[in-house]
Ligand binder design. Structure first.
Ligand SMILES: [Zn+2]
Length: 170
């Protein structure tokens, strides 16, 4: 998957209600047995539900379903603010997915379609989150450190040779 797309339900509907609605609408069963079009759903309490595997096709944005991971928050976030618990779960989930998939593109549904989804109150969070520097996986930063040490070692070695040459000529 190459990107993440964020949604809100638009209503105060639970995971199960949205699942039933999508079942009637498309009957597109996920490998996990659910019908909800999103890979992830975050309830008002912050509880996280997985509706689809991250590597399987979703049903949340036409033309993007095979290349994006859909995350949906309960509520109408155009009218009400997401709860702190929801944002906490979302932040953790985004950090986690970005690392696992090496994704840097996080879209709001409204970036791709003429829609209010995922609502102005989530947009402010998304804009702030996008400013955040990407945390590097430990293995990657270890590799970079090793490369930097190797460069320093080479510089010192060259310096040592220069000094030895200089001493010989004294
Ligand atoms: Zn949406």
């Amino acid at each position: 998957m190459k990107s993440i797309i964020l949604h809100h339900v638009g209503f105060n509907h639970s995971f199960y209600t949205v699942n039933n609605y999508h079942k009637k609408k498309w009957h597109f069963r996920s490998k996990l047995g659910w019908y909800i079009g999103y890979q992830w759903f975050i309830d008002t309490s912050g509880k996280l539900f997985q509706g689809r595997r991250e590597d399987e096709e979703g049903a949340h944005k036409k033309g993007w379903n095979t290349k994006s991971i859909g995350i949906c928050l309960r509520g109408n976030l155009q009218i009400t603010k997401p709860t702190n618990q929801q944002l906490k779960t979302l932040q953790k989930l985004l950090d986690d997915i970005k690392l696992r998939w090496d994704i840097d593109k996080i879209y709001a549904h409204s970036d791709l379609s003429a829609t209010l989804c995922p609502g102005q109150h989530l947009m402010s969070f998304i804009e702030k989150y996008r400013q955040k520097p990407i945390k590097e996986p430990i293995e990657k930063s270890k590799g970079r450190l090793a490369a930097q040490l190797e460069t320093i070692r080479k510089i010192l070695l060259a310096l040592k040779l220069k000094i030895q040459k200089y001493l010989k000529n004294l």
